[in-house]
Ligand binder design. Structure first.
Ligand code: MG
Length: 253
């Protein structure tokens, strides 16, 4: 009996020892996997639509100083009493003076409350990242058109996952996360651009690969360009498109 007790005591002690040993190993392994670095502090906006402290404000109702026309002359869109900036037919695209590459962009847009046209003629504009890769801006509320040309499409390349459009006259938003393409010395493509788009809080493009420039009639192509280029907002130049924008900010990534 004594012998049995001794064996049992030894067994219990060894089990406890193994358990303690295991815990020690797990703890040290967990420690090895920990990373301690200084993560930059950013003060977020009051709401998620507000610009964080490290954002570049492109437009917040106080003038169009961040933009210019293609020829470098002052931007010609109209600033409204409510703080929105509205396209004037034929005024030309809004092009940022600063260039951007990898970025996070927040932009709000409002399609005209009065519906004058249909299809691609209804509130057509566009967010051209690097001036080359268009995320379509269109009034896609009850407005059939080709799917890879509706609101939130990577124009003529990627159909949005869903149509999250609000009614004409209501403010909408895009939050865009963009990875710029990389090129080799000889001009060949090293890695294509990628984009994620959230429309009114809804994911509509999930890190899709951009196939090249988003042209109306030509196939997408990649031609070597700078690592950073200006952002462009499209003046589509027809009657049904007095698009308005507000609260535009961008973060370099
Ligand atoms: Mg467009």
């Amino acid at each position: 009996m004594k012998k049995q007790l001794l064996v049992l005591t030894c067994l219990l002690a060894s089990t406890q020892f193994v358990t303690a040993q295991k815990k020690l190993n797990v703890d040290s392994l967990a420690g090895l996997l920990e990373v301690w670095v200084n993560v930059p502090l950013v003060t977020p906006g009051i709401t998620n639509a507000g610009a964080p402290s490290d954002a570049t404000i492109l437009y917040n109702g106080n003038g169009l100083g961040a933009f210019q026309k293609k020829d470098g002359s002052p931007a010609g869109w109209r600033i409204d009493a409510d703080g929105a900036v509205t396209d004037i037919k034929g005024a030309g695209d809004l092009i940022t003076k600063e260039a951007f590459g990898n970025c996070q962009l927040h932009i709000e847009f409002r399609e005209p409350a009065e519906v004058k046209s249909s299809g691609q003629g209804r509130g057509n504009s566009g967010v051209y990242i690097m001036g080359k890769y268009e995320i379509q801006v269109l009034d896609s509320y009850n407005n059939p058109t080709y799917s890879n040309g509706q609101a939130g499409a990577v124009y003529k390349q990627h159909v949005p996952l869903v149509n999250a459009s609000r009614k004409p006259g209501e403010w909408q938003s895009y939050d865009i996360i963009f990875t710029a393409p990389l090129f080799k010395e000889n001009g060949d493509l090293e890695s294509p651009a990628r984009v994620t788009v959230i429309h009114n809080g809804v994911l509509i493009q999930n890190n899709v690969t951009i196939l090249g420039t988003t042209d109306w009639v030509r196939k997408p192509v990649y031609k070597k360009h700078a690592a950073k280029l200006p952002l462009m907002l499209q003046d589509h130049g027809d009657d049904g498109n007095p698009i308005s924008y507000r609260n535009i900010w961008i973060r370099n990534l």
